[in-house]
Each structure stands twice: as structure tokens, then as C-alpha cells.
Design a protein around this ligand. Structure first.
Ligand SMILES: Cc1cc2nc3c(=O)[nH]c(=O)nc-3n(C[C@H](O)[C@H](O)[C@H](O)COP(=O)(O)OP(=O)(O)OC[C@H]3O[C@@H](n4cnc5c(N)ncnc54)[C@H](O)[C@@H]3O)c2cc1C
Length: 442
């Protein structure tokens, strides 16, 4: 078994700007808990907060520090949808559970901002809306379908024609699109650390620098071991997501092999002058378009545009992305002039492509019951900020014997991929294909 307890913070904009989190101990010795949670990202921390709200004890084991995984590295876009699948696809796949999950997704962005307001978390939260502009005239049909489906579920979505998008984004590069007013953006590491402070304040025990190396169920209890101790509990939430195999390869190998962790690069520009900034996404919405090689951007609290991309050969510290991503920003917003980046960092997105024939279509999140009172989810496919806060709540409720048919949890059996390590290595080579497909669309 390989166990790696060492870690360092990625050189991100968020690490440079987020307030410090609570000082946390490491686990030494054997402990008892009501619910043991592995992983202190949005999912694990949200689960702990909701458990404490129900008066249930919660103990979190985190291999590094809260927010070290995807929760502290992402673009911070609060998006109330999945990336590849719309409500009708969820219904087709999961029936009634899909219906409850669609309702969870619809409300997920609003819920995140409610949590931030309720606990007064300093996370630079801006509920300015989330926009999905389309990159070809043909894709307008997709925007129309999405607006129709989400409107039928009562989501505040609106179709935007080409001129409305141009006005909203300050760019004539797109052909229309849609937006959802409940979305927006946050400083994700500040939010994670804020949630850790809230969970601690409510009485959850959080142990940092304490990687779980094994988990097992026996005699009506879950036991999770670390190198220096253990936690035994009635219920378990595995909240390690795309980082499941990162510290202990044998912790949950089937879950780790379900996702393809794909490196996503994030980049923050130098601060941009006020007079130019007010012409680029003047309403400060979060933006992610319909390219397979996603174009995305949002403002931070200090006039930096936070964007990013993917690369087959990223080079040291993502050096090979600097030029093409700067050129892309200049194409989208010529008024920016020269673009340079102060921060470049990366993190793993858990992809679950459902068809080998169409690997570019992201899959469904996988939510599992691991045994009596044991739950996990993986596979955000790049849309997990809002989702993981709401799923943390539902997983917490599931551990308290809430009937599964009342929860927004479309459960499925774990389905590890036999060639996951090979697919993981080959995934970056799909990028040139995505670019060709994107360019060919009309
Ligand atoms: C670069 C990037 C950009 C993204 N951008 C967006 C975006 O703009 N909008 C959006 O909606 N989604 C985005 N996502 C996805 C989103 O960040 C994730 O879905 C979400 O943060 C998942 O949260 P989580 O708590 O489930 O997992 P994580 O935040 O990854 O937390 C898992 C935790 O488990 C810990 N862990 C792992 N192994 C062990 C172990 N053995 N013992 C103890 N602890 C362990 C890790 O250290 C980590 O802290 C992005 C992801 C990345 C990587």
C-alpha cells in the first residue's frame, strides 16, 4: 500500500488571498464518533455542519488541510447544473430519484449563497448569476432546450440572444446563450476555510494532516484507520472525490478507479484597470461556455480575471498555457490589450465519461451506499462547487436513517474502470480532437 502524508499548497490566487482557517490538530490515538467523514472539502465540511445542526457528532479526517483538494483550487463558479446532462437525462437515467436530484441541482447555487449568508462567511461571494454563452449558432438549440427544461422545473433561467450576450459579457464572440440568476462566484479556499471554522464552532472535530489509510465495516461500526490512530463510528461519509487515491491507494480502490482525474489549469491575470474592467462582464457574472475545450472566466475581488484551460503538455507550472490563454482572452475581449498572469495552478477534476465512443461527453456524478450507513460520491465533471455543498447535506441526512426515497441521492453501484490508469494518462491527448470538433461546429 502506498501512503503519502506530504503536501504543499498550490501557488494559487486563493492561497494568496484567503483568510487563514482554524488551527487543527492531527489524530493521535483511538476515538469514537457518531459519524466519521473522510475529506475536508466542501462535501465533508457541509456534511459535518448539517450533522451538527441535527445534534449529531461528526469527526473529519483530512489528509492535508481543509481545501487542499479541488475545493480550494477551483474557479469558484457557483453553477446550478451538471456539465453534460440536463434534467431530462437525469430523469431518464434515475427516474424518481433523478427528479429529486434535479430539484437539488436547481436549488444548489441559491443554497450555497444562503449558507454563506447564514454563517457570515468571508468568501468574496457574489450572487451575480451564471451565464452559458454558446460558441456556434447551432448550439443555440442547446441553450433553448436547457431554458425550456429548467424553466419547467421553476429555475430562474433566461434565454439570451446574440446582442443580449454581447451586452452582458462585453464581447461579440458568442452567438447567444442563457443565464441563471441564482449562480455567481466565490473565493473557494476562503469558503472552504470558512466552512471549517463553522463546523469547528458547531462542535465537529476536524483532524488535519491525518490521512485515512483504511476503512472497514464490522460489528455494526465503521472503523477508519490513520497511521497514528483510528475513528470508530456508526456511520461514514467518504468525501475524497477526485483525490480518493491521492494519499492512500488502498483506502477505496473501487471508488478511486471510477473517476478519471483530469488536470485543469487555473490562471489569474494581473489586476486590470477599472475603466477596462467595467467593459468586460460588467455585471460580474460567472461565465462558462459550450466549447468542449471550455472557455470560462469570472472576476475576483481585486479586479483580476480568473480563467484557465487544459493542455496536453502543460510544461513546468503550466508554462505552456500562458501564451494561448492570454491570446484567447484578447480574442474574446480585445479591449484587455496585453494580458499577463500573476498566478497559474492546477487541480484534479473527477471525470466520469459514460461512453467510450463519446468520451467528450462528461458523465453523471456517482453516488453510492458503501454498506450499512456508509455513503460516498465522486465525479463532479467540473461542476461540483454548488453540488457538493448540497450533497454534503443529503449525505448527512442519509447517515441518520432518513429514507433514501426522500433524498436527492440517485444511488448506483460503484463501477471501477479496468483501464483507469491508462485512460488517465491518455486523457490529455483528447484535447486536439476536442479543438477540431469545436472548430468544425456551425
Ligand atoms: C481546477 C478545478 C476547477 C474547478 N472549477 C469549478 C467551478 O468553477 N465550478 C464548479 O462547480 N466546480 C468546479 N470544480 C469542481 C469542484 O471544485 C469540486 O467538485 C468540489 O470542490 C469537490 O469537493 P469535495 O469536497 O467533494 O472534494 P475535494 O475538495 O477534492 O476534497 C477531498 C478532500 O479529501 C482529502 N483526502 C483525499 N484522500 C484522503 C485520505 N486518504 N484521508 C483523508 N483525506 C483525504 C483531500 O486532501 C481533499 O481535501 C473545479 C475543480 C478543479 C480541480
Amino acid at each position: 500500500m502506498s501512503i503519502s502524508p506530504s503536501f504543499s499548497w498550490p501557488p494559487s490566487l486563493w492561497a494568496a488571498t484567503a483568510p487563514a482557517g482554524p488551527a487543527l490538530p492531527t489524530l493521535e490515538g483511538d476515538q469514537l464518533a457518531d459519524v466519521v467523514i473522510i475529506g475536508a472539502g466542501f462535501t465533508g465540511l457541509s456534511a459535518a455542519i448539517h450533522l451538527r445542526q441535527m445534534g449529531v457528532g461528526a469527526t473529519i479526517l483530512e489528509a492535508a488541510e481543509p481545501g487542499w483538494g479541488a475545493s480550494g483550487r477551483n474557479n469558484g463558479q457557483v453553477i446550478p447544473t451538471l456539465s453534460g446532462h440536463d434534467p431530462s437525462a437525469m430523469l431518464k437515467r434515475h427516474g424518481e430519484a433523478g427528479e429529486r436530484f434535479n430539484a437539488l441541482l436547481r436549488d444548489s447555487a441559491a443554497y450555497l449563497f444562503d449558507v454563506v449568508r447564514k454563517y457570515d462567511i468571508r468568501a468574496e461571494a457574489e450572487q451575480t448569476g451564471w451565464v452559458q454563452p454558446v460558441h456556434s449558432p447551432g448550439r443555440l438549440k442547446l441553450a433553448e432546450k436547457r431554458v425550456k427544461e429548467w424553466s419547467a422545473l421553476g429555475a430562474p433561467v433566461e434565454l439570451l440572444d446574440r446582442s443580449a450576450v454581447a451586452q452582458m459579457l462585453g464581447s461579440s464572440a458568442w452567438f447567444g446563450g442563457f443565464w441563471n440568476r441564482t449562480g455567481g462566484h466565490i473565493n473557494p479556499l476562503a469558503l472552504t476555510r470558512g466552512l471549517a471554522g463553522v463546523a469547528s464552532g458547531l462542535g465537529a472535530a476536524i483532524y488535519a494532516r491525518s490521512p485515512a489509510v483504511s476503512m472497514a465495516y464490522g460489528n455494526g461500526r465503521w472503523t477508519v484507520k490513520t497511521t497514528n490512530g483510528s475513528v470508530t463510528a456508526r456511520a461514514l461519509v467518504l468525501a475524497t472525490n477526485a483525490y480518493t487515491g491521492e494519499f492512500a491507494t488502498q483506502l477505496a480502490p473501487d471508488i478511486a478507479r471510477e473517476v478519471i482525474p483530469v488536470l485543469s489549469w487555473q490562471m489569474a491575470t494581473k489586476p486590470i484597470s477599472d475603466n477596462i474592467a467595467k467593459t468586460v462582464i460588467p455585471g460580474r457574472q460567472a461565465v462558462s461556455d459550450t466549447h468542449r475545450e471550455l472557455y470560462f472566466a469570472r472576476w475576483d475581488a481585486r479586479n483580476r480575471l480568473v480563467t484557465g484551460g487544459a493542455a496536453t503538455f502543460p510544461g513546468p507550472a503550466g508554462a505552456s498555457l500562458r501564451k494561448p490563454v492570454a491570446e484567447r482572452l484578447q480574442r474574446l475581449w480585445p479591449q484587455l490589450g496585453d494580458v499577463t498572469f500573476d498566478f497559474v495552478w492546477s487541480g484534479y477534476v473527477g471525470m466520469t465519461p459514460d461512453s467510450l465512443l463519446h468520451p467528450e461527453v462528461p458523465g453523471f456524478p456517482r453516488i453510492h451506499q458503501l454498506g450499512p450507513n456508509g455513503f460516498a460520491w465522486v465525479g463532479c465533471n467540473g461542476r461540483g462547487v454548488a453540488l457538493s455543498i448540497s450533497l454534503g447535506r443529503e449525505l448527512a441526512r442519509a447517515t441518520q436513517n432518513e429514507s433514501i426515497d426522500k433524498l436527492g441521492l440517485p444511488l448506483s453501484a460503484p463501477s471501477p474502470r479496468p483501464f483507469q490508469q491508462i485512460v488517465r494518462r491518455l486523457a490529455p491527448f483528447a484535447l486536439p480532437l476536442y479543438r477540431r470538433l469545436d472548430a468544425k461546429e456551425i
